[in-house]
Design a protein. Sequence first.
Length: 254
Amino acid sequence: MARENVADILCVGTQKAGTSWLHTMCNVHPRTYSFPNRRPVTSTNKEAHFFDWNPYKGVDWYRELLTPQQPDKLSMDFTPEYSLLTRGHIKLCRTLSPSAKVFYIVRDPVARAISALRMHYLWQESSPENMVEIVFDDKFLKIFQEARIVNFSGYVATVSLWREFYPDLHVLNYEDTLTDPREFILGVWEKIGLRHSELGEEKEKLFDEKLKTKVWESKKYKIAPQVIDYLNTVLQPHKEFAQRELGVKFKEQS
């Protein structure tokens, strides 16, 4: 019998807001399923990238990738770039996964941008040990555009578009993963229908071990004051708009 959803659990972003940690914690639960790592087609076993990188592979490829051998398991696709999908792609997503639980994590736009910039600078440096300072120059402006900093800061637009097709999309605040990670993940599990009591002794130990682990942390390149000023000028309106429209509060220090 065909599964109702290709992806039972979707996390559509945002980038650099704890999506890898959330995937790791959900993956601890015995009732969830992560597809096999098929890099470079996928990004590890977390991001299928079907709707942005791999639509040419076809729906059957996506379905095969995410179908667990044990039919009662819940399949997951946590691809942050899905926050930038077009209406047509989200409509297709709804067709393929009509009853998926959809999550979207938001983060202070300036703090998120700094983390994203550090990631992109790391990718471009010849050696991870080659520490640099991110200064306001042409290289910064180029990476700022390539990293789609403004696009990823459009939280309200993303939520509005996804809720056209998934009215029950859950908006989460990254800062809650820092203040009380246990309460945060148990709250997510409750929305999915997962229970902590289902873990068992071995999974319980893994849960506690992973709870305070950073899965992917950007290198702490120094940020020049001019860059901070620029990010604040450009992103402050997006921050205030998100706080008004989504009812979130951002207190993270940049």
